[in-house]
Design a binder for this molecule. Structure first.
Ligand SMILES: Nc1ncnc2c1ncn2[C@@H]1O[C@H](COP(=O)(O)OP(=O)(O)OP(=O)(O)O)[C@@H](O)[C@H]1O
Length: 818
């Protein structure tokens, strides 16, 4: 027999629950005391490491480093565990396991000085039962107890009785603390859920480390939370593999990464890299979203072919004639020959265009020599030899060019075959060096994209992939220093992959390069290699460019520069929104990686889902993205584990009902998740004139400030940065969208406390608020073919209060009665 109690008095001053809490507190105190000792040990180890370094032997530095590093990591993990160290207890049934065994589960493992277990790390196999046991499958667990703490103090308990037959005399307490914890006020940053991970979530977290884990689930089912806990699990169980080669977590936008950034550190894992799709590429940060139509153009895989042609086009300002002099003979190459050279080099050097200058120089020399012999140059040169002013020098003078032969300090042509002499002499000429730098500059990917703001240049690159209207819209989005969009970042990465890195730097002293004819202004003009002294300052734009790239590169111990890191595991959140070009960007970072992909297709703003799926499959299989548009040879598919999460932990049942109605319109075949918590607070829909929506949104936010302790999101339609096409009549939703520009949003937020956030529907992805105010659902729904799915995202953000403001009366019925 067990006894279920909820605060019943015991007669000795407290309730049964109080007594149970006090008993758990005694255990927790012992665990904290031991944690304190472990901390002191870690600090002593750090001190010992430094002491050894003073011993002065050669090996001691290395030993010290390793010791200090290990001890510092340990100290850090112990610090993290300081808050809520122990959160779970399992009472096991007699049987295979020792009778009456009790296990405590916590943020990290704690052992006594005799190595007996006091607390089991939540990621250890022995903790699995804590998350997996159910009444149907108790796994030997009689009672599961969750301890809710504030700092070191246990404040509440909640028990699950899993095996009533074995619970003889066991006290069962609890009054829905888990559900109450779901209703807690949100602070603007996501928290870990380590104490209350549910069984279906735990299966995802502990899924096999290889291949791909694909997780689907409706809003609020814990996809993001689960993905982050999986990272902590993988780093704990496979530290060597994932710790050294790295884990990348990618979210949709910067607001979202800011929202989730505290979760992993709170689990003691600070080593994963967290990036949004807008800041995955160094040197190009996205600050704006494109309109859905423009995003569809930029994100389509056809852009790969367009960019390949754009990279192969001549650089802006590239000269179209090369003239050099040899032995008084002027030799020139015209545009036709230069185009041929450029195309040949591009064909051979895709992926290493920025490092191909040496190849360009060789091909130009071949073409110059060919021209020289065609002109009868060798004979003319022989005749001119010794003469002060031959025929060719006269031509030269007329063209205003000086032969190096005439320059004081010019070196004798030297020995070797005529061709070798020719090459050596031409290479020395300033004209040749200057030409090479201008003809084959080291290019920055962002500059290449900006250069496509010139419609003529974009038209040349467009091929059959883009029509005239597409070219005009794209070019205007890149013209005139407009900020980069989230889709642009993937295009910049594509260009980066085509251009490749500039040649590796070697900081040779300038003196070593003083006699090198290829060195111009501190850089080898053939290789782009920097050979300057440390204090040398570049004074040419191009050199600054290569310096910037080098600066942002990661220098590894042996001096090798790693431009784009590859990761051992990649987590992609909100994956339903990735465009094919964004998948290519991610694929480049994880060719050998295993993946965790979490998504909800019903929340997708992306129109061409089949194309995005194909690009996703290519990325997950480690396929090298082909820049040509030919059919891919499918790479072998890696093992895949698919999961679905079915319980909505975010929304109250009242709000979940509203979002289910929107879902039924957006995707009639989709199933909503089951919400578990009723708040008793009915969602509100207010109808008012369109011109009054912004003022009403502010008013609603002010009212809600008095009703909730935590965050309030005011979610407004997306404001397109693109100008409306003159000559066409704007649609009503286009006029309405124009109301929600940055200035209008600022006015709305002015003077309100930080816990009110005003954001557009695209920024709201993945976020969560205590209360949400949705302005103009009719405009959101009409803004794109997937507008209803975008609205579904917006209405599923709130935990307690939902207020919708609309100018169209029928929306009241749509949202409140289906
Ligand atoms: N087992 C759990 N215990 C406590 N809270 C949970 C649990 N699972 C999820 N939550 C909470 O539910 C909320 C929603 O979780 P999360 O943001 O991970 O959902 P999601 O599926 O990623 O949603 P969306 O699709 O809208 O991005 C969060 O506040 C999260 O902390």
């Amino acid at each position: 027999m067990s006894s279920q109690v909820n605060g019943r008095p015991t007669g000795d001053g407290g309730t049964v629950k109080d007594r149970e809490i006090a008993a758990e507190q005694r255990y927790v105190d012992i665990a904290y005391a031991r944690l304190e000792e472990m901390r002191a040990d870690a600090q002593a180890m750090i001190r010992e490491g430094y002491r050894q370094s003073l011993a002065g032997t050669k090996g001691s530095l290395v030993d010290r480093d390793a010791m200090v590093h290990q001890a510092a990591l340990r100290a850090q993990a112990l610090d993290v565990a300081d808050d809520g160290l122990v959160f779970g207890r399992l009472d096991l049934a007699p049987g295979e396991k020792p009778a009456g065994e009790v296990r405590y589960v916590g943020r990290i493992g704690v052992r006594t000085s005799e190595h007996d277990s006091l607390v089991i790390d939540w990621r250890a196999p022995a903790a699995e039962d804590f998350y997996r046991a159910t009444p149907e499958d108790p796994r030997g667990v009689v009672r599961r107890r969750v301890l809710h703490s504030r700092g070191h103090t246990v404040v509440d308990l909640e028990d699950d009785l899993l095996d009533p037959d074995a619970a003889d005399g066991m006290t069962i307490v609890g009054d829905g603390a888990f559900l109450a914890s779901l209703a807690r006020a949100r602070e603007g940053a996501m928290r870990d859920i380590v104490a209350t991970i549910q069984r279906e979530q735990d299966e995802v977290i502990r899924a096999p480390a290889d291949g791909t884990v694909l997780v689907r689930g409706a809003p609020g089912t814990g996809k993001t939370a689960v993905a982050l806990h999986r990272v902590a699990y993988l780093l704990f169980r496979h530290r060597r593999r994932f710790g050294s080669r790295g884990v990348l977590v990618v979210g949709p936008n910067r607001r979202f990464t800011a929202y989730i950034e505290r979760v992993l550190p709170s689990l003691g894992e600070g080593s994963a890299t967290l990036r949004s799709l807008g800041d995955l590429v160094d040197g190009a940060t996205a600050t704006v979203h494109d309109t859905p139509a423009l995003a569809a153009l930029k994100g389509a895989e056809t852009m790969a072919a367009v960019l390949r042609r754009a990279v192969a086009d001549h650089a802006p300002g590239a000269p179209d004639e090369l003239r050099v002099v040899f032995k008084g003979v002027v030799v020139s190459l015209d545009r036709r020959v230069l185009d041929r050279v450029r195309n040949d080099v591009h064909r051979r050097s895709r992926g290493s265009v920025n490092a191909a200058r040496r190849q360009v120089a060789e091909m130009l020399l071949d073409a110059l020599w060919q021209r020289f012999t065609d002109l009868g140059g060798p004979e003319a040169a022989r005749e001119a030899e010794g003469a002060e002013a031959g025929l060719w020098n006269a031509i030269l003078a007329a063209d205003g060019l000086a032969s190096l032969d005439d320059e004081p300090g010019g070196r004798p042509a030297g020995s070797g075959t005529p061709r070798e002499q020719f090459d050596a002499r031409v290479r020395e000429q300033r004209e040749f060096a200057d030409f090479l730098v201008a003809f084959w500059p080291i290019r920055r990917p962002a500059d290449v994209l900006r250069s496509l703001g010139d419609p003529a240049r974009l038209r040349r690159a467009a091929g059959r992939e883009l029509d005239r209207d597409d070219v005009a819209r794209l070019a205007s989005s890149w013209a005139g220093g407009a900020p980069f969009s989230y889709q642009d970042v993937a295009l910049i990465d594509e260009i980066d992959a085509l251009l490749g890195s500039p040649p590796r730097p070697s900081r040779r002293r300038a003196s070593a390069a003083a006699d090198d004819p290829f060195v111009v202004d501190g850089v080898n003009i053939l290789t782009g290699e920097e050979v300057a002294e440390d204090d040398w300052e570049p004074d040419m734009q191009e050199l600054t460019t290569s310096m910037e790239r080098l600066e942002r590169s990661r220098r590894v111990d042996d001096g090798v520069v790693e431009e784009r890191p590859e990761y051992a595991h990649i987590v992609v959140d909100e994956a339903q929104d990735l465009s094919p070009m964004q998948w290519r960007m991610l694929g480049r970072r994880g060719r050998q990686a295993s993946w965790t992909v979490v998504e909800d297709p019903a929340q997708s703003a992306w129109e061409d889902l089949p194309a995005a799926r194909a690009a996703m499959e290519a990325a997950l299989s480690g396929e090298r993205p082909s820049s040509r548009n030919r059919r891919r040879k499918p790479a072998p598919r890696r093992t895949r584990h698919e999961y679905e999460l079915t319980t909505n932990y975010r929304n109250s049942t009242e709000i979940a009902a509203v979002s289910a109605r929107v879902l039924a319109r957006a995707l009639p075949e989709a199933r909503p998740a089951r919400a578990v918590r009723s708040s008793g607070i009915a969602p509100v829909v207010r109808v008012l004139p369109e011109s009054g929506l912004a003022a009403a949104a502010r008013e609603a936010a002010e009212e809600l400030l008095a009703q909730v302790e935590g965050t309030i999101g005011v979610i407004v339609p997306f404001h397109p940065a693109e100008a409306h096409d003159e000559g066409t009549i704007p649609l009503p939703h286009e006029i309405a969208s124009a109301r929600w520009d940055a200035a209008a949003r600022e006015r709305l937020a002015a003077g309100l406390p930080d816990r009110v956030q005003v954001l557009d529907v695209l920024e709201a992805k993945g976020l969560e608020f205590d209360a949400a105010v949705i302005a103009a659902p009719e405009t959101v729904a009409a803004q794109s073919p997937n507008g209803l799915r975008v609205l579904y995202v917006a209405v599923s953000r709130a935990t307690q209060h939902l207020v919708v403001l609309t100018s169209e009366p029928e929306w009241e019925g749509i949202l409140l009665s289906g």
